[in-house]
Design a protein around this ligand. Structure first.
Ligand code: HGY
Ligand code: MN
Ligand code: MN
Ligand code: MN
Length: 389
């Protein structure tokens, strides 16, 4: 299972480039459909394009339990962020069957699409569309770096774009969701724990800065005659970092779009994105993003693209699962997950984490050891057996 999957969507740099509604995404969906068929699971696609592989009939015997994650990646992403959760969910179904468990409730392995938002800029777009946290009209109009609209990309992939949106019928089919995910830090290394239970996801927001300038010659234009938007973007980066230090949060400017993007041309426009996160109220994170002076001085504008407040998973369930798993640690995370979106929509949700010995993620250096992955599948099987057994 893993061997076939890890060949899909390689970026040729040691990492992965698995963007939503691309040919790579189509192959990942085919892979998921093949794995579902091989297990005799009933595969359906919801209105947001997420794939659900059912063991049992949720319409007859529901609501059921869902377990899964995403398969897409950030640019040059690692192999485990997302795929480990989907593969572990399929392996847990195998383990439940081998141990003779006959579920009392339907169980679905779910593949959420477009979790990273790498192409169209909105994280967890698949689960947000499903729950209505992302407006379908807004989503359809989102464009990628080549100006392709999400609606066009979805249609090219065969999705009924007129039908995209909140899918109550699908949401009614589940009463719980479990996501296993590789840890994206090194807390579990420090705790020497192969498996942990999630307690919360820290708040995070994304802002986009549109900074106009005047294209001109890099060699002949006097400094006094320049309107260089890169200076404004530099002010945004430094101001956001200073605010993050002040408020003990994190701020990242990892993506820039520079036009015309020539070494010897003063930019006519710079578009930059800020990702800010931390265990603080929304207003504080907005302070981190509030570099209006620098932006307005250059005649620019800033738009908040997304906001996810703190997600607290069902604390009783988290404690119960930690106990069930022999007293594994319970920890919060600064990484966003589909589990956070489902939890915010009122679905009883739990997360499991598997140790990442490098502690690095969103990078080819992301890693999980086979023994820890197997411990993760055992833990996930135990959790699912307690929910459907
Ligand atoms: O950005 C995140 O935290 C997640 O990987 N989408
Ligand atoms: Mn990720
Ligand atoms: Mn992920
Ligand atoms: Mn996630």
């Amino acid at each position: 299972m893993w061997g076939e999957l890890e060949q899909l969507g390689r970026a040729g740099t040691g990492g992965y480039r698995r963007y939503a509604w691309t040919p790579e995404d189509a192959r990942l969906r085919e892979w998921f459909a093949g794995q579902s068929a091989a297990r005799g699971l009933d595969l359906v696609q919801d209105r947001a394009g997420n794939q659900w592989a059912w063991w049992g009939d949720p319409d007859a015997d529901g609501p059921g339990v869902a377990v899964g994650s995403h398969l897409d990646s950030v640019p040059d992403g690692g192999a485990f962020d997302g795929p480990l959760g989907v593969v572990s969910a399929l392996a847990a179904v195998d383990a439940l069957r081998e141990s003779g468990v006959r579920p009392t409730k339907p169980l679905a392995v779910v593949h959420f699409g477009d979790e990273e938002g790498a192409r169209f800029g909105i994280a967890c777009a698949g689960s947000r569309l499903l729950t209505g946290a992302l407006d379908a009209d807004r989503a359809r109009g989102l464009t990628d770096g080549d100006g392709v609209r999400m609606a066009e990309a979805m249609a090219a992939a065969g999705l009924d774009v007129s039908h995209v949106g909140r899918d109550d019928e699908t949401l009614r089919r589940i009463d719980s969701f479990v996501e296993l995910h590789v840890e994206q830090g090194r807390a579990m290394v420090d705790m020497d724990a192969p498996v942990a239970v999630g307690s919360a996801i820290r708040p995070h927001g994304r802002w986009r800065y549109e900074l106009p300038g005047e294209a001109n010659h890099a060699g002949t234009t006097l400094l006094a005659d320049r309107r260089d938007p890169m200076l404004a973007m530099a002010a945004v980066v430094l101001a956001a970092r200073a605010a993050a230090v002040r408020h003990d949060t994190v701020a990242t400017c990892g993506k820039l779009r520079v036009e015309p993007n020539g070494v010897n041309a003063i930019p006519s426009r710079v578009t930059g994105w800020l990702d800010a996160r931390g265990p603080v109220p929304e207003g504080v994170l907005a302070t981190v993003a509030d570099v209006t002076a620098a932006v307005e001085e250059h005649g620019g504008r800033v738009e908040q693209e997304s906001w996810t407040g703190v997600t607290r998973f069902d604390a009783d369930l988290a404690a119960e699962l930690a106990g069930l798993l022999g007293g594994v640690p319970v920890l919060d995370t600064g990484a966003g997950h589909d589990a956070g979106i489902l939890s915010a929509a009122g679905v009883r949700t739990a997360m499991l984490f598997v140790r990442n010995p490098t502690g690095v993620s969103h990078s080819p250096l992301e890693h999980a050891e086979p023994d820890d992955c197997e411990a993760g599948v055992r833990a996930l099987s135990t959790v699912l057996a307690s929910l459907v057994g």
